[in-house]
Design a protein around this ligand. Structure first.
Ligand code: NI
Length: 167
């Protein structure tokens, strides 16, 4: 296992649509291990493979609170098959360190994906978990928080991130 470097906006690789995983094999499981280690090291609640420069449809999520045992969930080739309700949520992203922004999301989602054994599962999510699922799924489609806000807000985020990158 290894902690990988997390790509930050405006890295172009964050904007590419990721490829589906053909076979859930040991290479994919090693990738998942690295992603989990990288996410925990950065104290994130989710991480998508494109954020470490791997263009595959894989993300990990752990929304357990600090005082709860960790609860890692792995999603391979995920699909959001149902969405209900609307909610505004203040989101952050490991690719936008130090920046949070309010984004409109579905309140509840149903997701279907493969687990690390290549088995299909489906689950319903609400609260932070539903937000994280939609946020990480966006990464697989090359969509970032900047794509979900007003043009004005997007320009502010862009300016802030470029200023940080130059420091
Ligand atoms: Ni993110």
């Amino acid at each position: 296992m290894a902690v990988r470097t997390i790509l930050e906006y405006p890295d172009k690789r964050l904007t590419y649509e990721a490829r589906p995983v053909d076979t859930v094999d040991d290479d994919v499981r090693r990738l998942v291990d690295d992603m989990a280690e990288t996410m925990y090291a950065a104290k994130g609640v989710g991480l998508a493979a494109p954020q470490i420069g791997v263009s595959l449809r894989v993300f990990v999520i752990d929304t357990a609170a600090d005082d709860e045992p960790s609860a890692l969930l792995v999603f391979i080739n995920p699909e959001i098959v149902d969405k209900q309700g609307v909610v505004l949520w203040e989101e952050g992203c490991l690719s936008f360190p130090g920046i949070t922004v309010e984004i409109e999301r579905a309140e509840r989602v149903t997701v279907r994906a493969l687990n690390v054994n290549g088995e299909t599962f489906e689950l319903n999510a609400d609260g932070l978990f539903a937000i994280a699922l939609q946020h990480e799924n966006d990464h697989l489609n090359g969509k970032l928080m900047t794509d979900r806000v007003s043009l004005l807000k997007r320009r502010m985020m862009d300016r802030e991130m470029r200023k940080r990158a130059a420091e």
